[in-house]
Design a protein around this ligand. Structure first.
Ligand SMILES: Cc1cc2nc3c(=O)[nH]c(=O)nc-3n(C[C@H](O)[C@H](O)[C@H](O)COP(=O)(O)OP(=O)(O)OC[C@H]3O[C@@H](n4cnc5c(N)ncnc54)[C@H](O)[C@@H]3O)c2cc1C
Length: 334
């Protein structure tokens, strides 16, 4: 295991912002992962586990060890529908391979940037599907004990863009492998997708067509991080009580809302709130709110992480002032 000193994190985050990591190590095995944590313990420095960096914002230099997860390997058992993938594998490539092996369930999650290991962390979701519904087990290293852990979906405590891995009780768990249970039969969930213009042009009749449709919609709606630095949706959609929604609707009749499993709780699209306040295209230094999508902050070329963070703070403050709603960042800010 090699440990590098004073590494610029710019190539390691989809915002493409520069920040110095005091130490940086790429780990290819569980043993290397253990040794990386040992190194940090001996030096008494903080650690941060990194996948492909598409859901993090480095707002300042990192004084400790960044541990880049690069464990690889995929096993697909077509007969049982069980798929095991190492944490360092690319998520979109896995989705594509599973469809190629005639195993289904992941199509709506195509083209989500990032690694397999990070997918359960924020319970990635798109177009009505969350990875939580397909997880069989998540394995990895408990960095407090040095032992392996193994959790089923219930143990992962999945919620909307949330899991045990984002909470204090799971912050010491590093994922090395994810096992999914997929289907041999194709049972598409088209409920969310049918709202999009691409769907009316061509309703998908095969898993491959659904995969292509999802990719087309995403390419139209979201800036490509390879071309424009961004981390997808910066904020989570907020939940409010049904009473609160009624009050808000007195002043904002056109306010959009979605039902949840609890009739007393409604989900609001954060993009609508921000759009209403005219945030699209607003700037702070090199940071800008995308003109394509009010939830997406972009690096126009030379933004610092701090500028993006300040812009995000201003957006949250304005939503709170106008709607009394505290937006929560989806992106992990360091
Ligand atoms: C253009 C764009 C579109 C996006 N669209 C979506 C979307 O539709 N739905 C969605 O849910 N997300 C979306 N995202 C967010 C992002 O793709 C996901 O959160 C993805 O899972 C992040 O993967 P990553 O490897 O880049 O994680 P990183 O950004 O490297 O890490 C994210 C978090 O996971 C932790 N982590 C990473 N690997 C591990 C591991 N092995 N063990 C424990 N913790 C780990 C990190 O410490 C960090 O807290 C989008 C991002 C972009 C840039």
């Amino acid at each position: 295991m090699l440990v590098h000193e004073n590494i610029d994190l710019q190539p390691h985050n989809s915002f493409g912002v520069s920040a110095n990591a005091r130490y940086f190590s790429t780990v290819n095995s569980l043993e290397e992962l253990r040794r990386a944590f040992q190194f940090a313990t001996e030096k008494r420095i903080p650690t941060y586990v990194l996948g492909e960096g598409s859901n993090v914002l480095f707002s300042r230099d990192f004084p400790g060890l960044i541990i880049k997860i690069a464990l690889t390997g995929v096993e697909i058992d077509q007969a049982s529908g069980v798929v095991r993938a190492a944490a360092g594998e690319n998520w979109h490539a896995l989705v594509s391979s599973c469809i190629g092996e005639s195993l289904y369930g992941l199509e709506n999650l195509a083209l989500i940037p990032g690694s397999v290991g990070a997918a359960p962390v924020q319970n990635i979701g798109a177009y009505g599907i969350e990875i939580a519904s397909l997880i069989k087990q998540v394995e990895g290293l408990d960095t407090r004990t040095g032992e392996r852990f193994n959790l089923d979906a219930k143990g992962c405590c999945f919620d909307y863009r949330d899991s045990i891995f984002k909470k204090a009780q799971g912050a010491h768990l590093v994922i090395s492998e994810v096992t999914l249970q997929l289907d041999q039969d194709w049972m598409p969930d088209l409920s969310y997708l049918s709202r999009h213009e691409e769907f009316t042009e061509m309703s998908p009749e095969t898993p491959e067509q659904l995969f292509s449709l999802v990719c087309r919609i995403r390419r139209r709606k979201l800036p490509d991080p390879k071309l424009v630095g961004n981390a997808g949706s910066f904020f989570k959609n907020p939940f409010v009580s049904a009473e609160c929604l009624e009050e808000l609707k007195i002043r904002h009749r056109d306010l959009v809302s979605f039902d949840t499993n609890d009739p007393g709780v409604k989900k609001l699209p954060a993009a609508w709130l921000l759009d209403k306040l005219g945030w699209k295209g607003k700037k702070h230094g090199g940071a800008e709110v995308s003109s394509m999508h009010a939830l997406v902050l972009i690096n126009t070329a030379s933004a610092t992480g701090e500028e993006i963070s300040v812009l995000a703070d201003r957006m949250m403050a304005s939503v709170f002032d106008e709607f009394g709603i505290a937006l929560e960042p989806e992106v992990r800010i360091l």
